[in-house]
Design a binder for this molecule. Structure first.
Ligand code: URP
Ligand code: ZN
Ligand code: ZN
Ligand code: ZN
Length: 521
């Protein structure tokens, strides 16, 4: 409503706007059903100054208020995608969805916050990399965002900087460890273990990319030597068993470090089973399947068209078991997996071609941030597996709780940030690269019909998506600092730390050594 809709695909910079636009008029969302993770009720939602002011039946519109009609629709907390890689420099390329295009795609699909990853190269430092990511993101983001940080090397300085960046000035409360990408991002088990001890000390969640990078490297060499150079080599060099092995190992090491663990991109049944096994033993572990893994499978790697196959290359790969996507959704329904993300990390045709003679050089990553909400609705709610409250939980509230920004995010409640979506459960759309809002020239969900569409997306009280048009302003999103010691993550861990102190035994010093010992000395 602020910007001419013909400009919707472009984004105006904050400084181009007249100052009157800085404060927005009140917004009244009328006639909808408010859905939180634990309730559904008919209520209007009044938004003022970027916050939810009132939730209740038949609210009066303040003067000058803009009315959004939500009759027959759901009013849900905006989606939170806790795993994206906008403009990530990776495998010699830079992901094409930058913080502007990536967040535009997000809001077009009903996501109003992303958590992206600072990934320091092995020769950089956490703080240097952090500053770089803020510089990239702040002027571009069209919705709120937060940061998680990868630990790609281990030394005293890294440990020290982990403590610094969990402070208020930086706002990091999770660290990710790669057990893949050997020589680039991968850490060894002892580094991972030390890193998790440090996480537990500073109140941060450990996140893990669970694959066996060393064995993958060996298998890739074997396949290349046998002349398998195409994308089918990608999946064959990364068997699901290796994802399950690394997931199990990560769970074991997290228990040894008494550190909470979050497994990113759970792609296979074996990995999910490993998580369930350790949770049953009381471990604090969260499992995150991604949109790609819930809606597609690894058959694409065997497509005759090289480029088609390469488009689906991500790690861990899509499962070659065609029943995996449904199984992952069943686990989300059952509470064995906990929230959904996308791992949005997009490379276009030219970039994927870097690996035309060698699958190990195909930049890894796929789209998802725009379509996740609809894909989860389709596979979860439309299919009859979960209710709208569980949908809100696995697309928004659980992420807000884990990452310690609840109920500011992830809930429709008085005082919460007005990141709100008017969700149309009846509407459907066909996903296509021709209509999506990504920078990438392909969509892994091409042709899929999804029920459940974001009609209106509101970010901090302003409409950023309406009538199929973007109304975003680049740089209008804010950085959300995340505090350590999330209660959802740390309550049991902190109590256990007290219970599992190493125990010594007090003994009298022996007066006289026994005779047998004396003889020996
Ligand atoms: O293939 C993937 N997943 N690319 C993004 C980086 C990562 O591993 O998360
Ligand atoms: Zn990963
Ligand atoms: Zn990732
Ligand atoms: Zn359907």
């Amino acid at each position: 409503y602020l910007l001419n809709s013909s400009r919707s695909k472009k984004s105006t910079s904050l400084t181009d706007l007249p100052s009157t636009m800085a404060s927005s008029s009140p917004l009244l969302i009328r006639g909808g059903t408010v859905v939180n993770d634990d309730e559904m009720l008919k209520a209007d939602v009044l938004i003022e100054n970027g916050l939810i002011k009132t939730v209740g039946p038949n609210l009066d519109a303040p003067s000058g208020a803009q009315i959004v009609d939500a009759t027959g629709k759901l009013v849900i907390p905006g989606g939170i995608d806790p795993h994206t890689h906008m403009q990530l420099p990776f495998m010699g390329e830079v992901a094409v969805d930058d913080f502007e295009k990536g967040t535009q795609a997000a809001v077009a699909g009903g996501t109003t916050m992303i958590i992206d990853f600072v990934i320091p190269t092995k020769d950089s430092t956490p703080i240097k990399a952090y500053k770089q990511w803020r510089e990239w993101a702040d002027p571009k983001v069209c919705c709120d965002y937060a940061l998680s940080m990868a630990i790609t090397t281990w030394n005293e300085n890294v440990a020290k900087e982990m403590e610094i960046v969990t402070g208020d000035d930086y706002g990091i409360n999770s660290f990710k460890f790669f057990l893949a990408y050997k020589g680039v991002f991968m850490v060894r088990d002892e580094e991972f273990y030390q890193g998790m001890i440090q996480c537990a000390k500073v109140g941060a969640l450990a996140r893990v990319h669970a694959e066996n990078g060393s064995v993958i490297e060996e298998k890739a060499k074997e396949l290349l030597a046998k002349g398998i150079t195409g994308p089918e080599g990608h999946t064959q060099s990364r068997p699901e068993e290796l994802e399950a092995e690394a997931t199990n190992r990560a769970c074991v090491l997290a228990s040894q470090a008494n550190c909470p663990l979050y497994v990113v991109h759970v792609m296979s049944k074996g990995a999910a089973r490993a998580i369930a096994h350790h949770r049953q033993k009381g471990a604090v572990i969260f499992g995150e399947p991604i949109a790609a893994g819930l809606a597609t499978d690894g058959s694409h790697y065997y497509n005759k068209d090289w480029l088609h196959a390469a488009r689906y290359v991500l790690s861990p790969p899509l499962s070659r078991d065609s029943t995996t996507p449904n199984a992952l959704m069943d686990l989300l329904a059952a509470g064995e997996l906990h929230l959904t993300a996308t791992d949005n990390c997009t490379f276009n045709c030219r970039q994927k071609l870097a690996g035309k003679d060698d699958f190990t050089k195909i930049p890894n990553g796929v789209n998802g941030v725009e379509d996740r909400m609809s894909v989860v609705w389709e596979k979860g709610v439309h299919s009859g597996k979960i209710d709208p409250m569980r949908f809100v939980a696995i697309t928004s509230s659980v992420a807000a709780k884990i990452f310690h920004c609840y109920p500011r995010k992830g809930r429709i409640a008085v005082g919460s940030d007005a990141d709100v979506v008017v969700w149309n459960p009846e509407a459907s759309r066909i996903i296509s690269k021709d209509t999506h809002h990504h920078a990438v020239d392909f969509n892994i969900f091409e042709g899929m019909e999804v029920h459940g569409v974001a009609d209106v997306t509101i970010s901090r009280g302003k409409i950023v998506w309406e009538n199929g048009q973007l109304k975003t302003v680049s740089g209008s999103g804010r950085f959300i600092p995340l505090k350590p010691w999330s209660p959802t993550v740390f309550s049991t861990i902190a109590q256990r730390a007290k219970m599992i102190q190493p125990r010594g035994v007090q003994r009298e010093a022996p007066q006289d050594l026994p005779e047998e010992v004396e003889k020996l000395s």
